[in-house]
Design a protein around this ligand. Sequence first.
Ligand SMILES: Nc1ncnc2c1ncn2[C@@H]1O[C@H](COP(=O)(O)OP(=O)(O)O)[C@@H](O)[C@H]1O
Ligand SMILES: [Mg+2]
Length: 360
Amino acid sequence: MEIKIRGLKKRYYSEGKVINALDGVDLDIEANKIFTLLGPSGCGKTTLLRCIVGLETPDEGEIQIGDTIVWSKEKGIYVPTEKRQLGMVFQTYAIWPHMNVFNNVAYPLQNMKLPKAEIAARVAKTLKFVQLEGFESRPSTRLSGGQQQRVALARALVAEPKVILFDEPLSNLDAKLREETRKELKTFLGDLGITAVYVTHDRVEALALSDTIGVMNAGHIVELGSPKKIYFDADHQFVADFIGRANLIPATITEQGEAYTFVDTAVGPIRCQKRSFAPDDELVLCLRPEFIEFGKVEGDDVNHLDGTISQMSFVGEMYETEVDVNGIRIMTKLDPMTRYNEGDRVTLNVKAEQCLLVSK
Ligand SMILES: Nc1ncnc2c1ncn2[C@@H]1O[C@H](COP(=O)(O)OP(=O)(O)O)[C@@H](O)[C@H]1O
Ligand SMILES: [Mg+2]
């Protein structure tokens, strides 16, 4: 089911101050796709999720799930959480340690007072789906972190919700398990094919899992798009910066050519992917380290930057390398087998199509 959010506002009052946790959110979440809310801590992600679920009452606006308006201040509509047909997985697994796996997963169905045989059949089916067949009588305390997470997922799915929502579900797992569980989750969600709303502050999770990412900052959705759109083609500095490592250099347009936009920057004149802006927009050039090549490559569409390698840090799969160009430190990458050294004079090449102009 799709989700429509209009003009959603939520204020908190804390120590005499007003916090605009949601400051007018408009958002359409497509049916049967994976949508991720990505943003820094405190930007309002959990608040938005809790408003959709019905655990939090907004101050203004409207929320529609499928054809049903579940909350509207103007129309005086409030549909309680249990009638919204949602499943939710929280940051802490929130599975009950005193219950075994079966009872944890069966809980929502027992609450609905379904017949015992039906509960058993649905729990079995769901446990099979999350690959925990045969774990029914295992005490929850005797599960690994990843297995506990799958129990939480099973419990969210067992009542066959129309939408499943996740609030940073992997953040309590260590790095390796986190990656494994993320991949599992991608498979589960792909097989499930229902609308999923996923909240995270982790850009890799967002990129890897989502059909669409909504980048949030300070109670607003700043930008919406596919992972590739957000990564390669962001409109705003905040988004370009949050989604990956980027050199961000203030720029002013000198000429709008037919194929390129020409700008002036502290690292020299640069030919960029063509883009139009409002006249008073402050612009920033975004150069991702992985698009910067060393050694001089000729070509009309290539920018050259001359500089000196100021720092190389070996981090395993590469050297994180900083090159000083006119006093500006440019983050780049070098192969671990590179023959370059600190202090070398180098020419950097960046293709115009990989020079992205964003607004500040
Ligand atoms: N119950 C609350 N009382 C007061 N302030 C709150 C409450 N819940 C959240 N906030 C504030 O609202 C803002 C958004 O919080 P939250 O939605 O939890 O952000 P996120 O999930 O993106 O980290 C933060 O500034 C947070 O401190
Ligand atoms: Mg949160």
